[in-house]
Design a protein. Structure first.
Lengths: 163, 503
C-alpha cells in the first residue's frame, strides 16, 4: 500500500489544519491566556507544515529504500500473485478484530475466536487439516490462560466453557 | 544501602517473581526467534498479563522477555539469514556467512555470550548513571522538562532511518493522538466527537499493540513464508568464547559503551545500536576486508551493543518518563499502572524497587546463557512452526489482551485502528517509533509546555533564562536544525564535485 508522497502529505496538511481549527474553537479557561487550545494549535500547525514539506519532496533524499534480503542459491520464492484485490488481504486482521467486537458478546468468546483463527490461518496458506484443529483448540487454550488464570471476563455467549 | 539491597532481594525472591521471570524468559526466547515477531511486540503482548501480577513481578516479566528476545533474534539470523528481530538485522549476513563456513556454533555462541556481557554492562550503566542524574533532575522545573521532552522527541526523529520530515510528522501524529480526551489543562472534552469511549483518551498500550503486533500480522498477509530451517547437529556452543573475549575485549567494550549511549538517547533502541556498532567495528577493524565473509569481530561488537542498550534505555524512562526505546515506552506504561511513576523521586522513595530492577536485569542476563544454549539446540523444532499457526494465536492475544486492559471492547477497536495506521505509516516510510514516542510522551509535553506558559504569562523568554534550560533548548533546536544543515552541506558539496568532475 505504497502511496505517493503527495497523497500522504496532503492528508497530513488537511489533518493538521483540522486539528489546529479544532483547537482554536475550544473554550478557553476563564482568566488565563493559555488553556487546552494551545497545544493542538501548535501541533496542528506543525503537522500541516510537515505535510506541505512532504508534498514538495523536502527530505526525500534522506530516505533509504528498504532492502529485501535476496534468497541464496537462486532458490527464489515464487512471486506472490499480484491481483488488484491482493493488497486488500492486509485489511483482514483489523476486519477480524472488528468482527470480534461486533460478535463476541452474542456468539461468545470460543466461537468468535475459533472463526478468527480459522480465517487467519487459511489466509496464511494453511490447509484445513491444520486450520481446523487449530481453530478448535487454541480458543480453549487462550481462554484457560486469560479467562481462568487471569480472570478476564470473556463473554460466554452460546458455548460456555466447561470450567 | 545494604538494607535496601537486602529489601530488594526480599522483593525478588518470591515464587511469583521467579516463576514470572522464568516463563517470560522462555516466552521472550521463542517470540524473538520467530522471524517477524520482534522484541517490542513480545513486550507489548505481555502487558495485559502484567496487570494481574505484583509490581515487581510485572517488571520482571518485561525485563526478562525483552533481554531474551533481543538475543534470540540472532538465531534465525545466523541459521536462515532472516533476523528474528530488527536488532539482529545489522549482522544477520555476517552470522549466516559464518554458518556457511561451518562456524554456526561460534556465531551463535558469540551471540549468547556477548549479549549477556552487554546486558550486564547496560545494567551497570543504569546503576551508575541513574542516581547522580536523579540528583540533577530534582532541581528541574517545567522549563527543563519541556526542553528535555522536546529533545527526546527530536532524537527519535534524528535516528530514524528515514526522511526527518516524515519522522517529525510521525511525532506530531503521536502528539495529536495524545490530545484526545478530557485530561487537558482546561478539563474540556477535546477531539472526542461526542464518543464517550474517547473521553478517557486513547490508551497508549492498545495503540502500541496495534502498531507493533496487528500491523505485523497485516504485513505477513502479503509476504511469502520464510523457508524452513535445515536440521543440524550443534557442537559445543560456548567453546572458544573466552578466547574471543580476550582477543576482542576492546571491541566488546566499545560495543558496550556505544550501546549504552544509544540506549540512553530517547527513541533509539537496540536495532540502531547494532547498526552503529557493526559499522564502527568495520571502520576501526585491523582487517576490514574480512567483514561480510563470516568474520566474528563485528558480531562481538554489535551483539554486545544491542543488549547493552536494552538496560540503559531504562535510564531516561525511570528518571524522566521519557522512553529510551520502544520497549521502554511500554515499560513506562506498566510502571505508571503499578504506581511506580517515573521521576527522580523514585530513587529515594522506592529505592528497594529500583535495586530490585537492577538485580532482575543481572539475573536475566545470567540466565540467558543456559537458557540461550538450550534455545539454540531446540530452535530447529520451534522454527518448524509455520506462520499460519503462530499468527492466528497472535491475533487472539491482541483481541483478548486489549480487551483485558480496560475490560471494554473499545480497546479492541483501538488495536484494530492502530494496526491500520501503523501498517500504512510503515509502508509509506513514516517511522512508527516516532509516533509511539509522541503518544507516550504527549501528556507530559503538553503539561510542561502549558504550565511553563502559564508561569511565564505567555512570554517565551523564561524558557531560555535558566542555565540548564538554555543548554537543553540549544540542543533541541540544534537537533531540529541538524537535517537542514546536512541538506545544505550536501547541496554545497554537490556543485563542487560536479564542477571538479567537469574540469
Amino acid at each position: 500500500m505504497r502511496l505517493p508522497d503527495s497523497v500522504t502529505g496532503s492528508f497530513l496538511v488537511v489533518l493538521g489544519a483540522a486539528a489546529a481549527y479544532g483547537g482554536w474553537i475550544l473554550p478557553p479557561v476563564p482568566g488565563q491566556p493559555v488553556g487546552p487550545n494551545v497545544f493542538p494549535l501548535v501541533i496542528g500547525t506543525g503537522l500541516a507544515l510537515c505535510g506541505l514539506a512532504i508534498v514538495f519532496g523536502i527530505g526525500h533524499s534522506f530516505e533509504e529504500e528498504e532492502e529485501l534480503i535476496p534468497l541464496e542459491d537462486g532458490q527464489a520464492a515464487a512471486p506472490p500473485p499480484q491481483g488488484k484485490l491482493y493488497g486488500l488481504r492486509a485489511l483482514l486482521p483489523p476486519a477480524l478484530l472488528l468482527f470480534y467486537v461486533a460478535a463476541a458478546d452474542r456468539l461468545g468468546f470460543i466461537i468468535t475466536a475459533a472463526i478468527m483463527v480459522y480465517i487467519t490461518s487459511t489466509a496464511l496458506g494453511a490447509k484445513w487439516k491444520l486450520a481446523l484443529p487449530l481453530a478448535a483448540l487454541s480458543p480453549f487454550a487462550i481462554h484457560l490462560i486469560f479467562g481462568k488464570l487471569l480472570r478476564v471476563p470473556l463473554p460466554a455467549g452460546l458455548l460456555p466453557t466447561p470450567w | 544501602m545494604l538494607k535496601t539491597l537486602l529489601d530488594a532481594f526480599a522483593l525478588i525472591s518470591t515464587w511469583e517473581v521467579i516463576i514470572a521471570m522464568f516463563a517470560a524468559s522462555v516466552y521472550g526466547l521463542v517470540i524473538g526467534s520467530l522471524p517477524g515477531l520482534s522484541a517490542t511486540m513480545a513486550t507489548a503482548l505481555l502487558v495485559p498479563v502484567t496487570f494481574y501480577l505484583s509490581p515487581i513481578a510485572a517488571i520482571a516479566t518485561i525485563v526478562a522477555a525483552s533481554s531474551m528476545a533481543i538475543f534470540s533474534g540472532d538465531i534465525p539470523g545466523a541459521l536462515l539469514r532472516i533476523p528474528g528481530t530488527p536488532a539482529s538485522a545489522a549482522y544477520a549476513d555476517e552470522a549466516y556467512a559464518m554458518t556457511r563456513k561451518g562456524q554456526a556454533e561460534l556465531a551463535l555462541g558469540a551471540g549468547v555470550w556477548f549479549s549477556a556481557v552487554g546486558g550486564i554492562a547496560g545494567v551497570l550503566s543504569l546503576m551508575i548513571l541513574a542516581p547522580p542524574l536523579a540528583e540533577i533532575a530534582l532541581s528541574f522545573s517545567t522549563y527543563e522538562y519541556f526542553w528535555l521532552a522536546l529533545l527526546g522527541l527530536m532524537c527519535a526523529t534524528l535516528v530514524a532511518r528515514s526522511s526527518p520530515v516524515k519522522a517529525i510528522a510521525g511525532m506530531f501524529l503521536g502528539l495529536l493522538v495524545s490530545c484526545v480526551g478530557i485530561e487537558n489543562p482546561g478539563g474540556v472534552p477535546r477531539f472526542t466527537f461526542g464518543i464517550t469511549d474517547l473521553f478517557g483518551g486513547i490508551e497508549p498500550i492498545p495503540a502500541l499493540v496495534g502498531v507493533f503486533a496487528v500491523a505485523q500480522v497485516m504485513r505477513a498477509m502479503l509476504t511469502p513464508e520464510p523457508p524452513p530451517l535445515p536440521r543440524r547437529k550443534f557442537g559445543s556452543i560456548m567453546a572458544g568464547q573466552w578466547k574471543l573475549t580476550k582477543m576482542y575485549h576492546w571491541q566488546m567494550t566499545r560495543g558496550n559503551i556505544v550501546g549504552i549511549i544509544i540506549g540512553v538517547l530517547p527513541g533509539a533502541g537496540a536495532d540502531m545500536a547494532a547498526w552503529v556498532s557493526y559499522a564502527m567495528s568495520k571502520r576501526f577493524s585491523k582487517e576490514p576486508e574480512k567483514f561480510g565473509t563470516g568474520h566474528v569481530e563485528g558480531l562481538v561488537e554489535a551483539g554486545a551493543s544491542n543488549n547493552a542498550s536494552i538496560a540503559s534505555g531504562w535510564v531516561p524512562s525511570l528518571l524522566f518518563g521519557i522512553p529510551g526505546d520502544t520497549i521502554a515506552a511500554i515499560a513506562i506504561g506498566v510502571l505508571y499502572m503499578k504506581g511506580l511513576n517515573p521521576g527522580p523521586t523514585l530513587f529515594t522513595e522506592k529505592a528497594s524497587s529500583m535495586y530490585a530492577i537492577y538485580l532482575m536485569f543481572i539475573i536475566a542476563n545470567i540466565m540467558m546463557i543456559p537458557l540461550g544454549i538450550a534455545m539454540i539446540r531446540v530452535a530447529a523444532y520451534i522454527l518448524l512452526a509455520p506462520r499460519s499457526t503462530v499468527m492466528p494465536i497472535i491475533m487472539l492475544c491482541c483481541a483478548v489482551g486489549s480487551f483485558a486492559i480496560g475490560n471494554n471492547m473499545f480497546g479492541v477497536v483501538t488495536v484494530a485502528a492502530f494496526g491500520v495506521i501503523g501498517y500504512v505509516m510503515e509502508a509509506n516510510g513514516y517511522p512508527v517509533a516516532a509516533m509511539v514516542l509522541g503518544i507516550v510522551m504527549g501528556t507530559m509535553v503538553e503539561q510542561a509546555f502549558v504550565t511553563s506558559l502559564i508561569k511565564s504569562d505567555g512570554s517565551i523568554l523564561p524558557f531560555f533564562e535558566r542555565p540548564v534550560a538554555a543548554i537543553l533548548a540549544a540542543m533541541a533546536i540544534g537537533a531540529l536544525l541538524w537535517p537542514v544543515m546536512v541538506w545544505v552541506w550536501r547541496k554545497v558539496k554537490q556543485p563542487q564535485t560536479a564542477a571538479a568532475a567537469s574540469r
